[in-house]
Design a binder for this molecule. Structure first.
Ligand SMILES: [Zn+2]
Length: 149
């Protein structure tokens, strides 16, 4: 995605300001995107700087900060429940992330298209990893991180 540099700057500023106004510290020179609830910290990787993926990733993490708890939180622990929590919460963070883009009036068609591409790419990656790459204990630990938050 090729974003106009000025639109990029304004959009990034709004997302960062939004997160800071919610009490989060935003670090844009990290190794990866992340949301650390206990530390009230949101991170983005240095390499995403100057690209739309910086804004897209931050919107997704912002989605995690406002998403409702999982429908499956209170169900008996099982691998199926843990998988459902991960897939549900990852999907929901993308939904809420775009809602925030709309609230901030940065929801241009160019950003929307790129946002949805990332949504498809990263959400289906979780499904794939859950299906074959991750062990039961990896899945359990990841699911717990959504329950605690
Ligand atoms: Zn996520």
């Amino acid at each position: 995605m090729k974003m106009d540099p000025l639109i990029y700057k304004v959009s990034l500023g709004r997302v960062v300001h939004y997160l800071e106004s919610q009490g989060y510290e935003v670090k844009l020179n990290s190794n990866s995107f992340g949301f650390f609830e206990e530390d009230a910290l949101i991170t983005a990787p240095t390499k995403a700087h100057g690209t739309g993926s910086m804004i897209i990733g931050l919107l997704h993490e912002a989605g995690h900060t406002v998403q409702p708890r999982s429908q499956f939180n209170d169900m008996r622990k099982s691998i199926k429940r843990d998988k459902a929590i991960i897939i549900e919460q990852e999907y929901s963070a993308w939904v809420y992330g775009w809602t925030i883009a709309e609230e901030l009036y940065i929801n241009t068609p160019i950003l929307e298209q790129a946002y949805k591409q990332s949504w498809l790419k990263y959400w289906t990656q979780y499904i794939e990893y859950i299906g074959k790459d991750w062990s039961k204990s990896d899945i359990h630990h990841l699911a717990e991180s959504y329950i605690e938050s």
